[in-house]
Design a binder for this molecule. Structure first.
Ligand code: CU
Length: 377
């Protein structure tokens, strides 16, 4: 029996208010409207941005909503005007859209599509949504919401992927892994033979290490206050490890001594303004490039202008600089060709019902990535 054109009732984890556990509910998912695709979500990673929004975000007006934005699934049905997708296609929702028409999509240097949430508003949710629960509208986090068996997304924020791709692995390319990998390869443009430092060894940082290695870096120094993470860092290509807690002087000084004056490239994958500053100060003068990857929209950062006057560059990277609809299918192909690792990020396999438990593990640094199985394939 086809569900196309009908309202689907399904299970979803609803975040009714900030700083509270999410609640499993039955929700109604409306059929896709013009240019929209309704997707059956099979698997979803739990990303720091979900936790950040629930526990630290300032966007109190974006509740109630369904979190989750690192997912993969099948197209269930398509709305009017959709020609790119058909029911049964394997897809990954995109945290940054690619409409292909706006001046940002057309510009070779940017992936900041004008149609997506980063430019349209600051609340990181659509004002509109296809979800209701108990008669109330439920918003879609980052226009996506993967902690739900079904979701509806505009086709500019959906990528069709290789049918051979295992959804419970490639879902990681919807956010964390592409973000870290692309920050090294696309934004920093790490060069062969260079020395890099990656601050923070969560999924994004580990993916940045993998990107530095893929770009040919000779030395990759991983910086984290949790030494348990170094073994996993080695798997992705880290060559040295620095625990700032082992040193009485600033970590940037430690790195300067280790590298004869600073690293060529540094990537901040924590989301802390203090760490952003030390990542910049860890770079070599003359040509060092530091990239801000970690997310925070609550605080200001600071540094001495001499850091830039002496030839360093400070940049930021959103979704690894990938034009998303082009980049994600390529990353899926790279995984299938064993050029990109994904399995090594996964520390926990859980179900949608365990989403609160997964977020707690993440909050306490006890997991790199938990993959939630959402609905059966
Ligand atoms: Cu994310």
């Amino acid at each position: 029996m086809t569900t196309a054109g009908k309202v689907i009732k399904c299970r979803a984890a609803v975040a009714w208010e900030p700083n509270k556990p999410v609640v499993m509910e039955e929700i109604e998912v409306a059929p896709p409207q013009a240019n929209e695709v309704r997707i059956k979500i099979v698997a979803s990673g739990v990303c720091h941005t979900d936790l950040y929004h629930l526990f630290e975000g300032k966007h109190k007006d974006s509740f109630p909503m369904v979190l989750g934005h690192e997912g993969a699934g099948f197209v269930e049905s398509v709305g009017p005007g959709v020609t790119e997708f058909q029911p049964g296609d394997k897809v990954i929702p995109l945290v940054v859209s690619q409409c292909g028409e706006c001046r940002f999509c057309k510009h070779p240097k940017s992936n900041h599509c004008e149609q997506g949430w980063p430019s349209s508003n600051s609340v990181m949710c659509t004002r509109d949504s296809r979800f209701t629960c108990k008669g109330q509208k439920i918003l879609q986090f980052l226009e996506i919401s993967t902690f739900s068996e079904y979701t509806v997304i505009n086709q500019r924020a959906v990528a069709k992927i290789d049918p051979a791709a295992p959804l419970e692995k490639v879902c990681l390319l919807g956010c964390g892994v592409s973000t870290g990998y692309g920050a090294a390869v696309n934004t920093a443009q790490v060069e062969p033979g260079s020395t890099c430092a990656v601050f923070g060894l969560g999924a994004v940082g580990l993916a940045a290490v993998m990107g530095c290695k893929a770009a040919g870096a000779k030395r990759i120094i991983a910086v984290d206050i949790n030494p348990d993470k170094f073994e996993r860092g080695k798997v992705f290509g880290a060559t040295d490890f620095v625990n700032p807690k082992d040193h009485s002087k600033p970590v940037s000084e430690v790195l300067h001594e280790m590298t004869n004056g600073g690293v060529d490239f540094s990537l901040e994958c924590v989301g802390s303004v203090e760490v952003m500053r030390s990542a910049l100060e860890s770079c070599v003068r003359g040509w060092g490039v530091s990239v801000v990857v970690g997310w925070t929209d609550l605080e200001d950062f600071s540094a001495r202008p001499i850091q830039l006057l002496s030839g360093r560059t400070w940049k930021g990277s959103l979704f690894g600089g990938f034009k998303s609809k082009d980049g994600v299918p390529e990353m899926v192909k790279a995984y299938l060709a064993k050029k990109v690792k994904l399995d090594e990020f996964i520390t926990h396999n859980m179900t949608l019902d365990q989403v609160n438990e997964a977020m707690e593990l993440m909050k306490h640094g006890q997991c790199i990535r938990a993959i939630l199985s959402i609905s059966p394939q």
